[in-house]
Design a protein around this ligand. Structure first.
Ligand code: TYD
Length: 210
């Protein structure tokens, strides 16, 4: 694949969506062809699945159903949007991807990292990020940033125990895949977090350009 696939990961309220917008401006200024997208969602079908997953009225959803819905949304996303953009040589900037499923469903819901990886492998057709930026911030801090503002969706309404399991999941994943994940210190100012992110992205772009 010719393009570059970059995903942004981290706990709820880690500030990655703000940085994502700023990275979009950065690519624009540099004249780099890119698309911005997000999960769950990113396609019309995916957005419909997103509404089902995040609807706080869906209190009876089983962990397995939840994991399969995220994977289904991802499968459509890869097929309809990510592969075509990468084939055109674009940078694909995606807010959350497989690492979220491994942390939230694999560890947060207790389904197991390997089990969740297996259903995602089926959906992904060999497409993995070239770079994963992990926005590292304490889960208590990040969650209070979010729920202070509004009631929160189904996942955000989960208790702090769930979110601290997700955090532990991310920590475990950083240990399992150290070469694939770049840790960004998201407790710093927006300018500094942006700079750290751009440094990692430039390393990737320069590496391939040789
Ligand atoms: P969103 O509003 O996009 O959250 P954020 O702004 O924090 O990225 O909602 C996505 C929610 O879904 C978020 O709580 C994380 C969760 N999630 C999973 O549990 N598994 C996944 O595979 C993905 C992509 C997201």
């Amino acid at each position: 694949m010719q393009g570059y696939f970059i995903t942004l990961e981290g706990p709820d309220g880690s500030g990655k969506s703000t940085i994502m917008k700023l990275l979009g401006e950065y690519f624009q200024q540099k004249g780099i062809d890119f698309i911005m997208t997000r999960e769950p969602g990113g396609t019309p079908i995916g957005e419909e699945i997103r509404n089902i997953i995040l609807d706080y009225m869906n209190t009876d959803m089983s962990p397995e159903t939840e994991a399969l819905l995220y994977a289904a949304s991802r499968g459509q996303h890869v097929h309809e949007k990510i592969i075509p953009a990468l084939r055109e040589g674009k940078v694909v900037l995606c807010d959350r991807f497989i690492l979220s499923s491994l942390a939230y469903q694999g560890v947060g819901r207790g389904l197991g990292i390997e089990e969740v990886k297996r259903i995602n492998d089926f959906a992904l057709r060999g497409i993995y990020p070239d770079l994963i930026l992990f926005f590292h911030v304490d889960p208590e801090v990040s969650l209070s940033r979010k729920t202070e503002k509004f009631g929160g969706d189904r996942l955000e309404r989960e208790g702090s125990e769930f979110h601290s399991r997700v955090y532990d999941g991310y920590m475990e994943l950083l240990e399992i895949y150290p070469e694939k994940i770049e840790r960004i210190d998201a407790t710093k100012s927006i300018e500094e977090v942006l700079k750290q992110s751009i440094d990692k992205i430039e390393q990737l772009l320069n590496l391939r350009r040789g």
